[in-house]
Design a protein around this ligand. Sequence first.
Ligand code: ATP
Ligand code: MG
Length: 418
Amino acid sequence: MINIPKGTKDVLPSEVYLWQHVEKTARETAAGFGFREIRTPVFEHTELFLRGVGDTTDIVNKEMYTFLDKGGRSITLRPEGTAGVARAFLEGGLAGGVLPAKMYYLISAFRYERPQAGRLREFHQFGAELYGSASPYADAETIALADTFLKNLGLKAVTLKLNSIGCKHCRTEYHKALKEYFAPHLHEMCEDCRARYEKNPMRMIDCKEERCKVYTAHAPRMLDYLCNDCKAHFETVRELLDEAKIAYTIDPSIVRGLDYYSRTVFEFASAAAGAQGTVLGGGRYDTLLEQMGEKPIPAVGFAVGIERLLMVIAAENAPVPNEERPAVYLLGMDAQSRKKAYLLATQLRTENISCEVDLMERSVKAQFKYADKLGARFTVVIGESECAAGAAEVKDMKNSSSERVEFARLAQYIKERL
Ligand code: ATP
Ligand code: MG
């Protein structure tokens, strides 16, 4: 047998209802905030991610699934959703339409990573993007959408961490300060950090290596270098979250792993989300479109990993709806009754009543056992005498009662009791 590729997972029919629950909650919550779905291709030109995600990120440097197609073009499976949505926003002419443009997506994404709990090579995200507003209200609204989504899933122990990483102006000062601070320790830090020191010293702040953490823990904080505009922006975001009673902690160590962020950055974390702890990450990216060669349009967004979310749902024992059961199992006791059951099922389905019949030509006893396993609300029993009488024996499994019902009245009878 050929096995599943490393870092990927099947969702079997018995567990798919959990995914559908998360997806339904995502769609309903997004709709409540006026976000509409956008769908973009699974693969894009590699260039889009080089420019859109940024060439100092781990994603671009180490994790992309890139290949040449038969036409010799460099293609990459999307490692995240934002760059593709930005491209579609521009290409679809939405930049010239009504703003803000509020969009959400439910996608699979691909990163060549070392698989572990909560870290896969194909994973899934729910994400949201808000284009066109630089106002702190847009940040607060986006964070509120993320927060409401997690609350709608019944999660309680997921905490919001907030930071501001300023704009390109105040970050220049900050980078200078970081370089001064790290210079004497650089020879003791990891290779990645030495490269980051040259290209993007702020990225050193969230290095996961123990030998680097020793130094990053006491590094200068971006919050102390914010310019007046960025400071005021951040203060208003905080005020709006306070007023909406969305709890958060300020965490100066959050800088996010993508090059396009500016000002507000945030994460929702839970101890149950695997070694990394982060379930959802987001922030403002006012320079993304500019980086992609367009005029600057401010934007803010987030993405949440669905596999990690399911780990948190399980760990918190959050309520999930039961898997849907068929309403009716129709049981034929002999050849003639089996055909009657089959025909009645087709009729019931035209009335939107879900039902199943025997497809295995099982014995009566085995059919009763199967009906039990299915958990159908009604078992409709048809035998020789029922066929002759034109009526079935309907067992209501909820209260173990049983009643004779004419075939012609069956749909009505069931509908009244569902
Ligand atoms: P991490 O620090 O864990 O590597 P990240 O910063 O790379 O996360 P983002 O690019 O911000 O993650 O993606 C948003 C969310 O997508 C993450 O918070 C996580 O829930 C999920 N995610 C990212 N990479 C993976 C992966 N390889 N497997 C499963 N989920 C992932
Ligand atoms: Mg990562």
